[in-house]
Ligand binder design. Structure first.
Ligand code: NCD
Length: 298
């Protein structure tokens, strides 16, 4: 039984194979009944548009069915049931579970109690492996990932998409440039681990410092829901913004990615720019998640 809890569950070949499969799927080369008769349980205890709907869309396109719980209030966890018991029960109703939860480590715990494969769709400030796979897929559509220069911008402390992506990029000898408001830097343990794996990471004060050098600008939202209080959020809110004027200094092949939702960190005028790839990126969630679902359920 294969769970997908962290991007660290994959080596580079496994990632490349999965993304090659997703590319075949995107070309419509797949069996639309591959998962007929299979059921995916969607346990989302945090808001989601893209991740949840693209998993459900992926399941439907493969002929399978999804069952979902959209909040703690809507299920027996509101009565005090533990996550462990909920997962034990739900794994009797489905062939795989995709879970999103506000606590780091929740998906790993779910996997311990589940009798079917578990996919982590975001555990607090931890990991978001399916997002990383579609991020890499989107980069590959523009350039080979090997040796690229990537700027990670924004909330690198609480942003799980940044954590998973940074780990994956270390497999491709990418160089990382980080730009974040004070206090929202990449966690020291993760940075140390990446450096130990040989990754070069450079911290910068402003995006202007790196805009002419990088191949990917990976922009993230400040994760307001993970702040202890609203004052500490408003201290850092709106402290960075990608504009067409900033992109005027970029390399021709630079792409701008964002896991979305965006708040105000990318000027809507950037949407028209040839550098903008974030809406393609969110569309890529479907073929990539189709490949993931086939991998764990076939
Ligand atoms: C991200 C998440 O949930 O971590 N969203 C997503 O899945 N595309 C990013 C975010 O919420 O900022």
């Amino acid at each position: 039984m294969q769970h997908i809890i962290s991007i660290g569950d994959f080596d580079r070949d496994e990632i490349d194979n999965l993304l090659n499969h997703a590319a075949q799927i995107e070309k419509k080369k797949y069996d639309a009944n591959a998962l007929a008769g299979k059921i995916l349980a969607v346990l989302f205890f945090e808001p989601s548009t893209r991740t949840r709907m693209s998993f459900e869309s992926a399941m439907a396109r493969l002929g399978g069915t999804s069952l979902s719980v959209g909040s703690v209030e809507a299920c027996s966890m509101a009565k005090g049931e533990t996550l462990a018991d909920t997962v034990r029960v739900v794994s009797g109703y489905a062939d795989a579970i995709v879970i999103r939860h506000p606590k780091e480590g929740a998906a790993r715990l779910a996997a311990e109690f589940s009798t079917v494969p578990v996919i982590n769709a975001g555990d607090g400030a931890g990991q978001h492996p399916s997002q990383t796979l579609l991020d890499l897929y989107t980069i590959r559509q523009s350039m080979p990932v090997e040796g690229i220069e990537v700027a990670l911008i924004g909330d690198l402390r609480y942003g799980r998409t940044a954590h998973s992506l940074a780990s994956a990029l270390s497999l491709y000898n990418a160089r990382l440039h980080t730009i974040s408001p004070k206090g929202l830097e990449l966690p020291a343990t993760l940075a140390a681990q990446l450096k130990e794996q040989g990754m070069e990471i450079t911290e910068h004060d402003s995006i202007e410092d790196v805009i002419g050098e990088v191949d990917v600008l990976y922009v993230t939202r400040i994760q307001r829901e993970r702040f202890p209080d609203s004052a500490s959020y408003f201290n850092v809110a709106s402290s960075y913004r990608i504009t067409p004027e900033l992109l005027a200094g970029a390399k021709k092949r630079l792409i701008v990615l964002h896991p979305l939702p965006r708040i105000d960190e990318i000027d809507p005028r950037v949407d028209e720019s040839p550098h903008a790839r974030y809406f393609e990126q969110s569309r890529n969630g479907v073929p990539v998640r189709m490949a993931m679902l086939m991998q764990v359920m076939k």
